[in-house]
Ligand binder design. Structure first.
Ligand code: GDP
Ligand code: IMO
Ligand code: MG
Length: 430
């Protein structure tokens, strides 16, 4: 088995979808292993834009198996809408090549309601700024064992039992804590999800053990969602998502036997963005940050929110590289940095007057961190048509070399634009 992980090294939106799509050409399977439709993975093929939320980014390559693993929280209604949208756009969706684990936890209507009610009840400082997709509440139900799983949709009695079990508590929460008058009706919910189950059935794996066994000897790419800084354990807790986004979770979230990763690829933007709440030391609230928003078209692929922008943060990256032990970096959006005379890169933080190269694991310390910048020369040439590393301006090559050296990891992939073809490799991958 050859296994490749492609995960985000920052706060998400690094360009994972594009990298997965390009590498998927050489793969037999692309596997999502965590997160849900909070993800928005953009792929531009021949000028046409596609945004995937739950469907893996191998879907544009015929004959590649796309698997939604047990670690994903799946919104069945949204999944079907996404499939319809792809079909309407002329993309062939064959349920034999798009499979959902029987053990995937479902995002139900009431998870979205609770996600939004909870966020509304918070102050501006404590709001996480979730995507409102019900991700946290769905993972809570998995952990508390109230959850409904994909296979439950296939059995009406079991579905009713699971929903009734969950809803009693949800209604008490909605009524007494959030003061909601619109409570969940068990029968209507069962009825709605039974209908959805009929449509989802062809996508659900029939026999999971045999299915997982069939991965033996295959070339598999694990597609991460979000990024390591949003990981529930290793990210900037509590301003994180509710899953483990790090590459080691690929095995837990898919049931594919850990034999070690052949290649563990970090997708990394050449600068930093964050969408939603939480501290962001290298955010540039000034003119240069505005330029990044505009040139990088930094608006969320899921919620449309403007992304906060700033400089590359090597302190945060050192922390994510420690947890993931990446073997390669796919550096994206370097074209966006053209035009700056000088580029800033944070190499350390000053926390309460003391300089440190280490990422503070305590959120109060992280919030107090002031970046210590190293300045590197910028470049002005347009990079969007560059296809060979040696054709990059020397300042861009030096910027990449600096990253390689600081993170002790090579950069064999450089992306110079959103299009599928706007990429260069210094060695083949896959
Ligand atoms: P993901 O969530 O990691 O898949 O990333 P998103 O799709 O949310 O956000 C990345 C955005 O940057 C999308 O709009 C992509 O089309 C775009 N993009 C990806 N790579 C590049 C690149 O190298 N240069 C530029 N300018 N845009 C890119
Ligand atoms: P992709 O896969 C960027 C952020 C939200 C919020 C926090 C928690 O496209 O990189 P959640 O809805 O997960 O409970 O929100 O995480 N977030 C993302 N930010 N890219 C994503 O996914 C994200 N998924 C969640 O903005 O701050
Ligand atoms: Mg995204």
């Amino acid at each position: 088995m050859l296994t490749y992980a492609v995960t985000g090294a920052q706060w998400g939106d690094e360009g994972k979808g594009k990298i997965v799509d390009v590498l998927a050409e050489k793969m037999e399977a692309v596997v999502r292993f965590q997160g849900g439709n909070n993800a928005g993975h953009t792929i531009i093929i021949g000028g046409k834009k596609h945004v995937l939320h739950t469907v893996p980014s191998g879907i544009f390559h015929q004959g590649v198996l796309n698997y939604i693993g047990n670690g994903v929280v799946l919104d069945p209604e949204e999944f079907l809408t996404e499939v319809e949208g792809l079909r309407a756009g002329g993309i062939l969706i064959d349920p034999r090549f798009l499979k959902i684990s029987r053990r995937a936890s479902l995002i139900m209507d009431y998870h979205r309601v609770i996600d939004k009610a909870r966020e509304s009840s918070k102050s501006a400082e404590t709001k996480i700024g979730t995507t409102g997709r019900g991700i946290g509440p769905a993972y809570e139900d998995k952990a508390s064992r109230f959850g409904v799983r994909a296979a439950d949709l296939l059995s009406p009695e079991r579905l009713k039992e699971r929903i009734a079990h969950a809803v009693a508590e949800k209604n008490a929460l909605l009524k007494h804590l959030y003061g909601s008058t619109a409570l969940i009706d068990i029968d209507a919910t069962v009825e709605k999800y039974s209908r959805i189950g009929e449509k989802l059935a062809p996508f659900i794996v029939a026999e999971e053990q045999a299915f997982l066994a069939s991965f033996a000897g295959k070339k598999i790419l694990f597609e991460g969602a979000q990024g390591s800084m949003l990981d529930i354990d290793f990210g900037t807790f509590p301003f994180v998502t509710s899953s483990n986004t790090v590459s080691s979770y690929a095995f837990v979230g898919s049931g594919i036997n850990p034999g070690g990763l052949t290649e563990n690829i970090a997708v990394m933007k050449a600068y930093t963005t964050r969408v939603g709440g939480g501290p962001f030391p290298t955010q540039d609230p000034g003119e240069e940050g505005r330029i990044m928003v505009k040139k990088g078209m930094e608006f969320g692929a899921t919620t449309g929110r403007e992304r906060r922008c700033g400089w590359l943060d090597l302190v945060a990256l050192r922390s994510t590289f420690l947890v993931n032990r990446f073997t390669a970096i796919a550096l994206t959006k370097i074209d966006v940095l053209s035009g700056f005379d000088t580029l800033k890169v944070a190499t350390a933080y000053r926390v309460n007057g003391k300089e440190t190269p280490h990422f503070p694991t305590d959120i109060a310390q992280f919030a107090a961190a002031v970046p210590v910048y190293r300045e590197l020369p910028g470049w002005h040439a347009d990079l969007s048509a560059v296809r060979k590393f040696s054709d990059l301006p020397s300042e861009a090559r030096s910027y990449i070399a600096f990253i390689e050296q600081e993170l002790s990891t090579p950069v064999p992939i450089v992306s110079v634009g959103p299009g599928r073809e706007q990429i260069l490799f210094t060695r083949p991958i896959g």
